[in-house]
Design a protein around this ligand. Structure first.
Ligand code: FBP
Ligand code: MG
Ligand code: MG
Length: 336
């Protein structure tokens, strides 16, 4: 019986329905706690560092504890969290392996900007390694909760992602229906441009051409967004199109970018592909990447299909074309 969702998409297998309903229950509880942020507790207070060396906030730890506790008895055999060094074994009979970023966008907790939770559900294999160190194409379901002006839940159990909104009066999520198909084109891009000097030539050239707008090879103007919450950027892109880039760069520790393959990129890539978009590491599909370890990172480019494909073409350009010394209007750079 569902307790936190009003219904699940037709044909959803029972084990997925139970797990997603439990995840939704925790999201509803967190949403209430976040709405009271600052009244009872300091959710953005520093809480040390996780095993990967990332600074943890109080809410990172609260969310991780809540999801781990709730997934016991929900058919989940293995729990792999951004906040845990190793995989936690839960129900030995469970059919699912849950990968989760319990709280995404933690730098925004105190600024009252949207934050979220990202999750992916794999079929459980015999070992944690076999359950998680595999391509994202093996996912049976993925989704995110976004704690914004509304609390929404977006989930795909293999079909087009559907959107729920939390009804604050009942404390349950109501299914609103499938998200629109992601438009293949868009004029909006999202990247942390303060890292420009650290990027490799193809990403610099791509962004140079967006910034040049109507005076550059694209021949038209673009708009830029950067929220610093992957969930919020994803929700905007799934709602109206656009492209997101977190490439690898030359800073120490950022060779493969910042975002984690297992907890962040694979689930988002799954949703984006199911919505008709594309998700790559700049060139190759993220869903084909096999993580070398649980906390592996990967450069991440996703969104409107044609835009993501265009980024890949910049990686094929001759070096002279992407060099900073080359003239603004390139010979080979593609229009649009
Ligand atoms: O501060 P930066 O380098 O722009 O990075 C922002 C990115 O980092 C993240 O906050 C990482 O996620 P966590 O908050 O779960 O560590 C993403 O949500 C966001 O896209
Ligand atoms: Mg995150
Ligand atoms: Mg996180």
């Amino acid at each position: 019986m569902l307790t936190s969702l009003d219904r699940v998409p037709l044909g959803t297998p029972d084990d997925l329905a139970l797990a997603v309903d439990r995840l939704a229950g925790v999201a509803a509880t967190l949403a209430r706690r976040i709405q009271r942020g600052g009244l009872d507790e300091a959710l953005g207070a520093s809480a040390g560092t996780n095993s990967d060396g990332d600074a943890q906030k109080a809410l990172d730890v609260i969310a991780d504890d809540a999801f781990r506790a709730a997934m016991a008895g929900a058919g989940v055999r293995f729990y792999a969290s951004e906040e845990q060094e190793t995989v936690v074994a839960l129900d030995p009979e469970g059919t699912l392996a849950l990968a989760i970023d319990p709280l995404d966008g933690s730098s925004n907790i105190d600024t009252n900007v949207s934050i979220g939770t990202i999750f992916g559900l794999y079929p459980a294999a015999a070992t944690p390694e076999a359950s998680f160190l595999r391509p994202g194409r093996d996912l049976r379901a993925a989704g995110y909760a976004i704690f914004g002006p509304q609390c929404a839940l977006v989930v795909s159990v293999g079909d087009a992602p559907v959107k729920y909104v939390l009804d604050p009066d009942t404390g349950r999520f109501r299914l609103l229906g499938p998200l629109p198909v992601l438009p293949p084109e868009s004029s909006e891009y999202a990247i942390n441009a303060s890292n420009y000097r650290h990027w490799e030539a193809p990403i610099r050239a791509y962004i140079d051409d967006r910034v040049a707008g109507a005076e550059g090879p694209a021949g038209r103007n673009f708009n830029m967004r950067w929220i610093a919450s992957l969930v919020a950027e994803t929700h905007r892109i799934l709602t109206r199109g656009g492209i997101f880039l977190y490439p690898g760069d030359a800073r120490p520790g950022y060779r493969a970018g910042r975002l984690r393959l297992v907890y962040e990129c694979a689930p988002i890539a799954f949703l984006v592909e199911k919505a008709g978009g594309r998700a790559t590491d700049g060139v190759d599909p993220v869903l084909d990447a096999i993580p070398g370890q649980l906390h592996a990172r990967i450069p991440f480019v996703f969104g409107s299909a044609n835009k993501v494909a265009r980024v890949a073409t910049y990686h094929d350009l001759p070096a002279a074309e992407t060099s900073a010394l080359f003239g603004k209007r390139g010979l080979f750079r593609s229009p649009q």
